[in-house]
Design a binder for this molecule. Structure first.
Ligand SMILES: [Zn+2]
Length: 485
């Protein structure tokens, strides 16, 4: 920041010298110009001064291995028939803690498909109290790999589990929660001054997966559909000048590994990117933060080799950013958190739900049974859904904008456009994943992200078209709060 002001002052001096000879002249024009130029300098953004006076950012990093010991049912694909058979890459839970003044934030990168509110909220509440964190200061970001264990209370209607499978999932869930507690505590205990730098690269394997067939939307590859190919990177350097951590993001499903390699435990391309980066930058911890690209799949996809290939491309994009000058990130750390209330359309009448409860499709049956149970117990059917949202700002050079759920790419593009001056870094799958979060466009078009995916989440829905407006308004309010606090 000092450099910016120094640059402005020397630019003013060059301007002055070129146009008026050495400074010190006394003509009226010169005096007016001088007032003008120094007036401009005096008006240099207040934030520059804030950055100069802000305490240095401190960063703490911790990682734990969460690879399951034996075979276990893997999450994300309904078509799997049995538990896992082998391991490709170890699964990790990583925490990166930031402290700036009184504000502390912990971002957790979790190698799993996703976590539900029922699964994660009690653990987050306990850790938030234990470490005296503000609401929303502990954010678990699921990597959305589709090759990690099923977790309790999360998408469980998607799988045909035996009691023995359920017992394993119960044990693994408890193990994962204990590792989450360890990693958060260890990252907060590791806080020390760090230098941060931000840059954005590009990787092009994310492919829009919504294909239009008449008025139907099917899964496929749509090279004309919207995608977000940005690769945001944050370099964390320690006092000794060595790189301590490399945070990177990408807006794409963790589904390189599919049918042909269904039973392999893997962190998918995200884990392969980490491995390449950590091999190339010894001592650094590479941390993936999932973006908002729920309607993108990697292309091509299907095998472990595809995960390795995309991992290499993404690592190359990150290394490209690290090898060029990056923008320093310094200044105050600020957090604003909220929960949006997103309304559903009215549920179907009871006779339709009863008819669904006799469907040939087990997933339609499961959803209907859940709703009938509520009706029989005299409980209201879900009329809306709560979705966690956050803005985390560091100085004026970086703002993490995070939303729960599987957020489609329209949100990434819209937030990047309207918050361009805030240098936004979009994080999806943040806090918890209650279902897909479609845009107005996708709600109008229909298809998996708008409608049929809700079956697996046990929700009738669909969302009302107003949800995009609600989210944009609330995220805008959060951005105002972290700008003006
Ligand atoms: Zn998904």
């Amino acid at each position: 920041m000092v450099r910016v002001r120094g640059y402005a002052a020397s630019a003013a001096r060059i301007f002055w010298t070129r146009h008026h000879g050495p400074p010190g002249g006394k003509s009226l024009i010169e005096k007016l110009l001088r007032v003008f130029v120094f007036g401009l300098l005096a008006m240099a953004p207040f934030s520059l001064r804030a950055a100069e006076s802000a305490p240095p950012i401190e960063v703490g990093i911790s990682i734990r291995d969460i690879t399951p010991e034996g075979p276990i049912w893997l999450a994300g694909y309904a078509a799997r028939k049995h538990p896992s058979e082998k391991i490709d890459s170890p699964l990790m839970v990583q925490a990166i803690a930031f402290k700036g003044g009184d504000e502390r934030v912990v971002l957790v990168s979790l190698d799993n498909c996703e976590v539900s509110h029922a699964f994660i909220a009690p653990a987050v509440a306990e850790l938030t109290t234990q470490h005296h964190l503000k609401p929303g200061a502990l954010m678990v970001v699921s990597s959305h790999t589709h090759s990690a264990p099923v977790l309790e209370n999360t998408l469980t209607s998607m799988y045909n589990l035996s009691p023995a499978d359920e017992e394993q999932i119960h044990k693994y869930s408890a193990f994962l929660k204990s590792k989450l507690a360890e990693v958060v505590g260890a990252a907060l205990a590791d806080l020390k001054p760090a230098r941060l730098e931000h840059g954005v690269g590009r990787a092009t394997f994310a492919m829009n997966r919504r294909v239009y067939n008449g008025d139907k939307v099917d899964f496929g590859e749509n090279p004309d559909g919207p995608v977000d190919w940005d690769v945001p990177v944050l370099k964390v350097t320690g006092a000794n000048g060595a790189i301590r951590a490399i945070l990177f993001g990408y807006a794409c499903h963790g589904t390189s590994i599919a049918g042909d390699d269904f039973y392999i435990i893997s962190g998918d391309y995200m884990a392969h990117t980490r491995q390449h980066l950590e091999a190339h930058y010894p001592g650094a911890t590479a941390v993936y933060l999932t973006g908002m690209g729920a309607d993108s799949n990697p292309s091509p996809r299907g095998t472990l080799l595809d995960a390795k290939r995309h991992g290499l491309e993404l690592a190359g994009a990150v290394a490209g950013v690290l090898s060029r000058p990056m923008r320093p990130v310094q200044g105050l750390l600020k957090l604003a958190y909220a929960e949006a209330e997103l309304p559903f359309a009215d549920p179907p009448p009871r006779d339709q739900i009863e008819k669904d409860s006799r469907s040939d499709d087990v997933y339609i049956r499961n959803r209907a049974t859940g709703y009938l149970k509520r009706l029989d117990a005299g409980e209201p059917l879900p009329a809306s859904l709560k979705l966690p949202l956050a803005a985390i700002r560091i100085g004026d050079e970086l703002t993490f904008v995070a939303m729960g759920g599987e957020d489609v790419v329209d949100y990434s593009k819209r937030f990047k456009r309207i918050f361009a001056a805030d240098h936004p870094w979009l994080i999806g799958y943040a806090y918890e994943v209650p279902c897909y979060i479609p845009s107005v466009r996708i709600l109008k078009e229909g298809g998996y992200e708008a409608q049929s995916s809700l079956i697996y989440y046990g929700i009738y829905g669909p969302f009302r078209a107003g949800i995009e407006g609600i989210l944009v308004k609330q995220v805008t309010e959060l951005m105002d709060r972290v700008r003006n606090q």
